[in-house]
Design a protein around this ligand. Structure first.
Ligand code: PHE
Length: 339
C-alpha cells in the first residue's frame, strides 16, 4: 500500500506538470482527490489493514493528500496568472491608432433656404400645408380659373399622366385644397416640388420647387400683400432689401403682379448678377380672384385675400451667388459641402 501511495503521488506530480489550463487542473484534481479518485480508493481500502498498520498507512495517505493538494494550489495560481496574461494580451488597445472619422450629413442648400423662409412665415403666424405632386387637371388648372384653351395647359409645359391626371406645374392647387378644408382666416404657405417639361439648362429644370402662400380674411388688401412680402425679403436678404411690384397677369389673381427684390449684390445699381437691372424677379402674386374664392367655398363678398408663388431655386441662387441651377440636383459633394 505504501508503494501504491508513492506511485499515486508521482503520477499526480507528473500529471500536474503537464497542466496548462484551469480545466485540465480540475480534471487532475478529480482524478486523484475526487470521490472516485485514485487516492480516495486507497483510503477506502484501509479497512482491510491490521490495527497496527492503519495509523502508519493513514499518516502516509494524509501526507500524499497534503502533497497533492499543495501542488494543485501552486498550479492554480500559475494557471490563473497565465490566463490573465493571455486575456490582457488579447484585449490590448492601441491608443496610437488614428480614429475613424464620422462623416456628418447636412441639409441640402435648398432645404436650408426653405427652412429659413418657413421660419420667417411661421413667425408671422402662417401654418404649413402640403399637397400632392400628382394632381388632377381640376386642382392644377380648372379650379384656378385656367380654362381648357389656356396656353399654360400646352403639353409643352405640362407632364400628362392621362387626360385628367398630371404632375402639378405649380403649388397653386394647394390654395384650393386648403380653402376647401379651412374656414377663413387663412394664413398658410405650401412648399413643394413642381414639374414642367423644360429642357435642362443653367436656369431650367423639369423639376423645381415653389412656395405657395395664401392669406384670406375680411378686409385683406394689396397693401397687406406688399407689407408681408417686404417683411419676408428683409428677413431673407437683410434690412436694406426692397421690393417692387410690376403689373402682370395670372388667371387666378386679380390684380396680379410680378415681384422683384433689389439686387443683393449691387443694392440696385446694376451689376452682373442682376444683368444691369438692379432688380431680380423672385415671385408672382396677386389678390385671389373672386371666382377662385367661390370655387374654394369662400364668399368673395365677405372675404378677400392674396396669394403668391415663390421660386425656391431662384431665391437660393441669388442668396448664395450660384449661377447654375443644375448644381442643386447633381448632388456633387464638392458643391453640397460648401453650405
Ligand atoms: N403659380 C404661379 C406660377 O407658378 C405663381 C403665383 C402663385 C402667382 C400665386 C400668383 C399667385 O407662376
Amino acid at each position: 500500500m505504501k508503494e501504491q501511495l508513492e506511485k499515486i503521488r508521482q503520477a499526480a506530480a507528473q500529471a500536474l506538470d503537464a497542466v496548462e489550463t484551469g480545466e485540465a487542473l480540475e480534471s487532475v484534481r478529480v482524478r486523484f482527490l475526487g470521490k472516485k479518485g485514485e487516492l480516495t480508493a486507497v483510503l477506502r481500502g484501509m479497512g482491510a489493514l491490521t490495527p497496527e498498520e492503519r495509523p502508519v498507512v493513514g499518516q502516509l495517505a494524509n501526507e500524499a493528500r497534503a502533497y497533492i493538494e499543495g501542488k494543485i494550489e501552486e498550479k492554480k495560481a500559475a494557471v490563473a496568472a497565465k490566463e490573465r496574461e493571455a486575456k490582457l494580451k488579447s484585449e490590448v488597445i492601441d491608443v496610437t491608432v488614428p480614429g475613424r472619422r464620422k462623416l456628418a450629413g447636412r441639409l441640402h442648400p435648398l432645404y436650408q433656404v426653405l427652412n429659413e423662409i418657413t421660419a420667417i412665415f411661421t413667425g408671422m403666424g402662417f401654418s404649413v400645408a402640403e399637397g400632392p405632386d400628382i394632381e388632377t387637371d381640376y386642382y392644377n388648372f380648372e379650379a384656378l380659373n385656367i380654362p381648357a384653351d389656356h396656353p399654360a395647359r400646352d403639353t409643352q409645359d405640362t407632364f400628362y399622366i392621362n387626360d385628367n391626371i398630371i404632375l402639378r406645374t405649380q403649388t397653386s392647387p394647394v390654395q384650393i385644397r386648403v380653402m376647401e378644408q379651412t374656414k377663413p382666416p387663412i394664413r398658410m404657405i405650401a412648399p413643394g416640388r413642381v414639374f414642367r417639361s423644360d429642357a435642362v439648362d443653367a436656369t431650367h429644370s423639369p423639376v423645381f420647387h415653389q412656395i405657395e402662400g395664401l392669406v384670406i380674411d375680411k378686409g385683406i388688401t394689396m397693401a397687406d400683400l406688399k407689407g408681408t412680402l417686404e417683411a419676408v425679403v428683409k428677413g431673407l436678404y437683410g434690412p436694406d432689401a426692397k421690393i417692387r411690384l410690376r403689373p402682370h397677369h395670372f388667371p387666378f389673381t386679380e390684380p396680379s403682379a410680378e415681384v422683384d427684390v433689389s439686387c443683393f449684390a449691387c443694392g440696385g445699381k446694376g451689376c452682373g448678377m442682376c444683368k444691369g437691372e438692379g432688380w431680380i424677379e423672385i415671385l408672382g402674386a396677386g389678390m385671389v380672384h373672386p371666382k377662385v374664392l367661390k370655387v374654394g367655398g369662400i364668399d368673395p363678398e365677405v372675404y378677400s385675400g392674396f396669394a403668391f408663388g415663390l421660386g425656391l431655386e431662384r431665391i437660393a441662387m441669388f442668396k448664395y451667388g450660384i449661377d447654375d441651377l443644375r448644381l442643386f440636383f447633381e448632388n456633387d459633394l464638392r458643391f453640397l459641402r460648401q453650405f
